[in-house]
Design a protein around this ligand. Structure first.
Ligand SMILES: [Zn+2]
Ligand SMILES: [Zn+2]
Length: 245
């Protein structure tokens, strides 16, 4: 779940709890938002870089790291230690309340999203809706979301292959657009990006020359598949013209 969604939901919950907790409601509110700082700490250690923009880019990429080391504060061990440490401290109990609220929201979000993703892969018959590829590496990508609070509507997700997924999340691309955006314009943007951008080097692999992807099109000009420069050395639109020789 996006940080802004956590901020919105936690602020709503804090407003409801204010009559009961008074000003100390700020403790669970802050804990439920700043628990996500563990992602940034993981980024600092892993990449030895301070740049928060780079950190956001890593977590917004198609291959965003999701393993538990990226979120040690979300681990039951962290929650349990706070529970033991804070048995007699009200502030610690309140912070724990905020953390548990955040972790619960994350679990709910993951379950609802996994359900929607499975439905979308079935709906699209495991076929990339950008380039038409039918590969084992297709994923359900969230292409459209409200500005605030997540939506689990299947219309907001689409099946894409690994190459098109990278293009959708590439630097400069808009991985997620508002519900007002039409699918065709989004698809065209992703297809164009897949054609012109080199593949993103995998984490820790920066600097390795990655193959560029080119599209294969059918007679109507519809993109039917993408292939690497190695397999297809002619850029799209510049294929050898056999009529003028
Ligand atoms: Zn995605
Ligand atoms: Zn594709």
């Amino acid at each position: 779940m996006r940080v802004r969604d956590h901020v919105a939901i936690s602020s709503g919950a804090a407003a409801l709890l204010y009559p009961r907790l008074g000003r100390s409601v700020v403790i669970p509110w802050a804990a439920s938002i700043f628990i996500d700082v563990d992602h940034y700490v993981w980024f600092l250690i892993r990449y030895r870089r301070l740049n928060p923009v780079a950190a956001v880019r890593v977590f917004n990429s198609a291959e965003a790291p999701k393993h538990s080391a990226t979120r040690p504060l979300h681990h039951p061990a962290a929650v349990l230690s706070l529970l033991l440490l804070g048995r007699h401290r009200r502030a610690a109990v309140l912070a724990l309340l905020g953390m548990v609220f955040h972790i619960g929201l994350d679990s709910y979000h993951r379950a609802r999203m996994a359900e929607a993703q499975a439905a979308v892969l079935n709906r699209d018959h495991l076929t990339c809706q950008v380039c038409g590829a039918q590969q084992a590496d297709v994923v359900a990508h969230v292409w459209r979301q409200p500005a605030l609070l997540p939506s689990y509507r299947v219309e907001h997700l689409v099946t894409v292959c690994a190459g098109c997924h990278e293009a959708a999340h590439a630097k400069g691309a808009v991985a997620i657009v508002r519900p007002s955006c039409g699918w065709e314009s989004y698809r065209n943007g992703v297809a164009q990006r897949a054609l012109t951008r080199p593949r993103i080097p995998a984490a820790g692999n920066q600097g390795t020359a990655a193959p560029r992807a080119y599209a294969g099109r059918d007679a109507t000009g519809r993109i039917t598949h993408l292939r690497s420069q190695k397999e297809h050395p002619h850029p799209v639109g510049a294929a050898p013209d056999t009529r003028r020789r």
